[in-house]
Design a protein around this ligand. Structure first.
Ligand SMILES: [Zn+2]
Length: 268
C-alpha cells in the first residue's frame, strides 16, 4: 500500500518534490501513478509513456460535449472580449482543435486566428497563426491545460503571444483521491495535468498577472479587472446580452468568404 510519504517527480509547475497521491488504470490497461505538489497543489501523472496511443484520435471519442461547449464558451468569450478588452484587435485560439471556436468567433465578428500543432484545422482554414511575431489582444485555450505535458513550456509560449489568457479546465477535487471524478479521463488517458485555484494563483504571481476564477473558466490577465462585474455580465449572456453584442458586431462570415475566394493559397 502506498502512502503520502512516498516522494515522486518534481512538480511541473513549481519544481517542488511531489507526493504520491493515488494510482489508477488508464486506457483500460495501464496502471499509473498520480502525484500531488505540497506547495502549489498541482496534480500530475507519472511521466506519460502512453500519449502516442492516447492521441491516435486527437479528439477523443468520449467528447460528446464538443459542440455544446463550443457554443457556451463562444458566448462567454464574447462578453469578456467586448466589455473588457479591445474587441477590434486580433485574437488567437491556442490548441484550437478542428478550428470550430475560431470560425464561430469570426462569424460573430471577432478577428480570431487558429493554432493547433496536433489536430487538423477543418473549420478555420486560411486563418492559421503563421506570423511568429504576431501579438494578440487575448489568447483563448479551451480544454488544453489538462493536456499539457510540460505546462510551463506551453504557458510561456502562450504568454509570449499575449499577456491576457482566457482558458478552461476543471479544477481538481480538493480531497484526493476522488476517482469518480470524470475529468481524470482514465478511459482516454489524455488528461495528465490538474490545477487548483492555488496552482493558478501561483502561476499568476510567477508571471506578474492577475488571476480571475470563473468556475471552470479562468482568466490570467495583465489588466486589473473587476471579477464580480465579469461574473454578473456573463450571467446575463443568455438574457439578451450575447445576442445584442452579436447584432452590434460585424460578422466576418461573408467577408471571409470573399477573402478566401481571392486568396492564392490552395485550400482544396
Ligand atoms: Zn508545485
Amino acid at each position: 500500500m502506498r502512502n503520502n510519504i512516498i516522494h515522486g517527480q518534481s512538480c511541473k509547475i513549481c519544481n517542488t518534490t511531489t507526493n504520491y497521491a493515488f494510482q489508477a488504470t488508464i486506457l483500460n490497461k495501464y496502471t499509473i501513478e498520480y502525484y500531488v505538489c505540497p506547495t502549489c497543489d498541482f496534480l500530475q501523472t507519472e511521466e506519460p509513456f502512453w500519449l502516442e496511443e492516447a492521441y491516435r484520435n486527437p479528439i477523443n471519442v468520449y467528447d460528446t460535449g464538443l459542440l455544446t461547449r463550443n457554443y457556451e464558451f463562444s458566448t462567454i468569450i464574447t462578453i469578456i472580449i467586448y466589455f473588457f478588452f479591445d474587441y477590434r484587435k486580433t485574437f488567437l485560439d491556442y490548441g484550437g482543435g478542428y478550428g470550430l471556436l475560431t470560425r464561430t468567433m469570426r462569424d460573430i465578428g471577432f478577428d480570431f486566428f487558429h493554432y493547433d500543432p496536433i489536430t487538423p484545422n477543418l473549420f478555420a482554414r486560411g486563418f492559421e497563426h503563421n506570423d511568429k511575431n504576431q501579438h494578440y489582444e487575448l489568447v483563448t485555450a479551451i480544454e488544453c491545460f489538462e493536456h499539457f505535458n510540460n505546462p510551463i513550456h506551453d504557458i510561456e509560449k502562450i504568454l509570449s503571444l499575449s499577456r491576457n489568457v482566457f482558458f478552461t479546465t476543471e479544477l481538481r477535487p480538493q480531497h484526493l483521491p476522488e476517482q469518480t471524478w470524470w475529468y481524470y479521463g482514465f478511459e482516454h488517458g489524455q488528461h495528465i495535468s490538474f490545477y487548483s485555484s492555488k496552482t493558478l494563483s501561483f502561476l499568476a504571481q510567477k508571471y506578474n498577472l492577475y488571476y480571475i476564477n470563473l468556475g471552470s473558466c479562468h482568466l490570467l490577465t495583465s489588466k486589473k479587472l473587476n471579477p464580480l462585474l465579469i461574473r454578473v455580465l456573463i450571467s446575463f449572456r443568455h438574457k439578451g446580452l450575447f445576442i445584442s453584442i452579436k447584432k452590434i458586431m460585424n460578422s466576418k462570415t461573408l467577408s471571409d468568404y470573399e477573402y478566401l475566394k481571392k486568396s492564392t493559397v490552395p485550400f482544396l
